[in-house]
Every structure is written in structure tokens, then in C-alpha cells.
Write a protein that binds this ligand. Structure first.
Ligand code: FAQ
Length: 327
């Protein structure tokens, strides 16, 4: 990893004005926020555009697995909560696209990159939601993992991204609790409901651990992103924290985490856990996830079917601009 890190630093230093680069690095090291009009190395701009836009895509594609259950929620209360949660995810996507746009890439370009398969979105949203318990498991585990990753991003070095994360984290916290509450009810319900909760945990546990990305040793972006304080903690550090917080929550539910080697390690003050199936992870990243094709088709269809709304909004804005000019 050290060699890669060194090579990357040299590559950045080789193409940028050394004085500007040094001043930029000093500001980042002093924990100052970098703002849209500030000078920044091109590689910093590129990495942020990649990460923020992929984060935005994840929020938008992430509406699909849960949206699938809005019409089948078991009560009016559950339906209202789920509807609000899915709408929140749309809002997160919009803040994030706006934050990414401040770096100079248009929303149309970002969306085109998603629809053409060039841009990634989180692997987790390529798994199907088979039962109502999956909605509980997503809130508890997926939003739980998202919070673990996003709380440090409130201190990321790019101002617009950091500020978007403050609001997003508040909402994710409500999402996590609503998911855990569903799991509490199911786990304390009939034997069949408890089985459903356990089955959802079995299916969502490992994909949730994959959300944090490849191990640090195999993560091409972590070293540079940590130095530029885009990422404040590494993939493995966050994954470990997530396991340590979540295992006691599973115990409180009376459910078992599907990992036979999971054990508390007194010496390291954390859990040891089993090897993640990285082949599965990379296959899903390549677009081979169980419902990847359905997800992308749903997104493209929504984009095409919504064209008339975008056209009407643009025509309305133009009409008002003309009126304002004439006045
Ligand atoms: N899925 O070198 P690294 C949510 C890619 S939260 C797909 O470690 P990096 C809320 C990575 O892009 C979920 N691809 O990369 C919600 C890179 O490829 P690239 C979204 C992944 O960026 C809840 C390559 O592997 N959260 O949606 C994944 O330093 C419920 C090498 O990886 C965020 O996006 C993955 N899991 O670290 C919504 C958080 N992991 O781009 C609805 C912000 C890695 O070079 C319902 N993002 N890859 O071609 C991050 O913190 C980082 O980007 C990581 C990856 C940690 C995801």
C-alpha cells in the first residue's frame, strides 16, 4: 500500500502547482473546510465528484428495495413511516447531487453515468426485499452501517459535503430506529414472525458488512482520501465499529448473527468476525448482483417517464425568467 500511496502523491505533485498544492495541504491539515470556489488539486475534485455522486446514486437506487413494500406495509402507521423514510432518501440524493454539482459536473452528466453503468452505487441495493422483516433489517443494518460511515463524513474536508451529511445523519438515525423497532416487534412476536426476523438478519448481515468497501489493504482510494481528510476513518475501522455496536443489538433481540467465528476478543477490545466473501462483493460491484438488472431498469424507466415533468418545470422557469426580464 505504501508504494501506491507514494506513487499517487508523486502523480498529484507532478501535475499541480507546488505552492498551491502545499497551501491546500496545509489548509486540509489544519481542518479548514475547502469550499467550491477555493483552489483544489484536480485529483481531489475527481475523487470527491466520484464519491459524492456515487453516494447520491446509492440514496436514489436505495429507495427501490423499500419502495417495493410501501403498498404492502402491515398497518397504516408502518406505511406512513416507510413512506416518510423513502422520501427522506430522495432528499438525501438531492442534497448530494447538489453538493457534487458544486465541483463542476452537471446533474445530467452524473445521472447519465449511473444509467450507462459507468458510475457505481452501493452493492447493498442489489439484494431483493423478500419479506416485511427485510424492511426492519434494512433500517437496522443498512441505515446503521450508513450512519457509521456518514457520521465521520460530517467532518470531511469539503464544506458542501460535510454540511449535507449533518442533516442526512439526523434523518438516518430515525431510519435506523424505525428498522430496529420493526425487528423488536417481529422478534417478540409469533414463532413465525421471529423466524422471519432471523431469516432477514441471515440474508442482510454479510451484505451490510460489504457496504464499508474492500479491506484497507485492497482499497485503492483510502490512503489518499485519508490524507486529504475526505475519509476520516478507513473501511476496516468503520466495519469493526459497526460489528461491535450491532452484535449486542442482535443479542437484545434474541437473534443470532450468522457468523460461526464471531467472538469477543478481550485483548483488542472488539469482536473477531469471519471472512467476508469478497468474490461476491466484487461480482456485485461489477453489476452482477441478484437484482441489479431490475434496479437499473427501474431507474432508467423512472427517468424516461419523468421527462415530461422536467420539461414542464423548465418551460415554467423559462416563462418566469422572460416575465422578469420584461418587467
Ligand atoms: N458498493 O478504494 P475504495 C445509503 C468501490 S448509504 C459499490 O475503498 P472509496 C443510505 C469504490 O467506489 C450507502 N462500490 O473506495 C440508505 C471504488 O470504485 P471506484 C452509500 C463500492 O471510495 C440506506 C472501489 O470499490 N454510502 O445509501 C463499495 O475510498 C437505506 C474501491 O473501493 C456512501 O456512498 C460498495 N459497498 O471507499 C439509502 C458513503 N465499496 O469508485 C437507502 C460515502 C467500495 O474507484 C436505504 N462513500 N466500492 O470505481 C464512502 O464512504 C466511500 O466511497 C466507500 C468506498 C467507503 C463506499
Amino acid at each position: 500500500m505504501y508504494t501506491t500511496e507514494l506513487q499517487k502523491t508523486k502523480a498529484v505533485a507532478g501535475t499541480e502547482d507546488p505552492d498551491k498544492l502545499a497551501a491546500f495541504e496545509a489548509r486540509v491539515a489544519a481542518d479548514e473546510f475547502i469550499e467550491p470556489k477555493d483552489w483544489m488539486p484536480e485529483a481531489y475534485r475527481r475523487t470527491l465528484t466520484r464519491q459524492i455522486s456515487q453516494h447520491a446514486h446509492s440514496e436514489i437506487v436505495g429507495m427501490l428495495p423499500e419502495g417495493n413494500w410501501i403498498t404492502r406495509a402491515p398497518s397504516l402507521r408502518r406505511k406512513a413511516i416507510l413512506l416518510a423514510k423513502v422520501q427522506d432518501e430522495a432528499g438525501h440524493g438531492l442534497y448530494l447531487y447538489s453538493a457534487a454539482e458544486t465541483l463542476g459536473t452537471s446533474r445530467e452528466e452524473m445521472i447519465e453515468a449511473l444509467h450507462s453503468g459507468k458510475a457505481k452505487y452501493s452493492t447493498i441495493f442489489n439484494y431483493p426485499t423478500l419479506t416485511w422483516a427485510d424492511i426492519g433489517a434494512i433500517g437496522w443494518l443498512v441505515d446503521g452501517a450508513a450512519i457509521m460511515n456518514q457520521v465521520p463524513l460530517q467532518r470531511t474536508s469539503y464544506g458542501p459535503y460535510a454540511r449535507a451529511m449533518v442533516r442526512v445523519c439526523k434523518e438516518e438515525s430515525f431510519h435506523q430506529r424505525q428498522g430496529y423497532e420493526i425487528m423488536m416487534h417481529l422478534a417478540a412476536g409469533t414463532p413465525e414472525q421471529k423466524r422471519m426476523a432471523q431469516d432477514a438478519l441471515n440474508r442482510w448481515w454479510w451484505p451490510s458488512l460489504m457496504m464499508f468497501g474492500p479491506p484497507d489493504a485492497d482499497s485503492p482510494n483510502t490512503a489518499q482520501s485519508m490524507r486529504w481528510r475526505i475519509k476520516r476513518e478507513t473501511n476496516d475501522e468503520l466495519r469493526q465499529k459497526f460489528v461491535d455496536i450491532t452484535v449486542p443489538q442482535a443479542e437484545a433481540l434474541g437473534l443470532s448473527v450468522p457468523d460461526p467465528v464471531l467472538a469477543w476478543n478481550e485483548e483488542k477490545g472488539g469482536h473477531d468476525f469471519g471472512e467476508i466473501d469478497w468474490e461476491e462483493f466484487y461480482a456485485v460491484v461489477r453489476g452482477e448482483g441478484p437484482v441489479a438488472k431490475e434496479r437499473m431498469k427501474a431507474r432508467r424507466d423512472a427517468w424516461e417517464e419523468g421527462a415530461w415533468v422536467r420539461e414542464a418545470a423548465a418551460a415554467y422557469a423559462e416563462k418566469h425568467a422572460r416575465k422578469a426580464e420584461a418587467a
